[in-house]
Ligand binder design. Structure first.
Ligand code: FMN
Length: 184
């Protein structure tokens, strides 16, 4: 029996939420999430990032058109565009995204990553938001209180459910012990 505690169960409960309610995210709550994000560790503490917080409905709609599976940004309360110094910072970008998502989840706020692609769409997003050419933008994270209980359990972007396997590999397939492929 694996011992778990409230916090590890909480970490495991983070899911992609793509369907949001109309409830606004209060400013102090948003700032708390941003503050947690700001404290994320990075390679050599270079902090190769800035973020653009988008709340304007029109801009959210425009961003939602810039990814193959980004439509749900249109109904988010907030979308945070992760602006990295370069494409070499993709790992740091992932860490930052997860930190923001977990911080939001502590407030009961759901979120999901939306990728801007192809490159032309990422370029358009940069143009819309005035992000300098040299910066690397690929991921955004959309936030909002879940529309209902189901929003935390199933993919709700039309057409995505079938593409998206639910659940996770069992620990036995995830972990090798001491040597790759050694299962026990
Ligand atoms: C690098 C990366 C890119 C992603 N891009 C998208 C995306 O463009 N659209 C989307 O709806 N979800 C995107 N996701 C979210 C994944 O689909 C989600 O994390 C995965 O399906 C697990 O969801 P679950 O935690 O609800 O099981 C992305 C996740 C990662 C890590």
């Amino acid at each position: 029996m694996t011992p778990s505690n409230q916090t590890t169960r909480f970490l495991g409960s983070l899911r992609a939420v793509r369907r949001f309610s109309d409830r606004a995210i209060a400013d102090p709550v948003l700032r708390d999430i941003l503050e947690a994000g700001r404290r994320t560790g990075s390679s050599k503490n270079t902090q190769p990032w800035q973020i653009v917080v988008v709340r304007d409905r029109e801009m959210l709609k425009r961003l939602s058109e810039l990814g193959g599976f980004a439509g749900y940004i249109a109904a988010a309360q907030v979308d945070i565009v992760l602006v990295m110094d370069s494409a070499n910072n993709a790992f740091d970008c992932g860490r930052l995204a997860e930190r923001l998502m977990l911080a939001a989840w502590t407030h009961g706020i759901g979120s999901n990553i939306a990728s801007l692609f192809p490159d032309e769409n990422a370029r358009k997003a940069k143009e819309l938001l005035g992000i300098p050419d040299g910066r690397w933008v690929r991921q955004t994270v959309a936030f909002g209180y879940p529309a209902d209980e189901k929003a935390t359990r199933v993919s709700s972007t039309p057409g995505m459910g079938a593409l998206m396997p639910l659940g996770r590999k069992p620990l036995g397939e995830f972990v090798s012990w001491e040597h790759y492929g050694k299962r026990a």
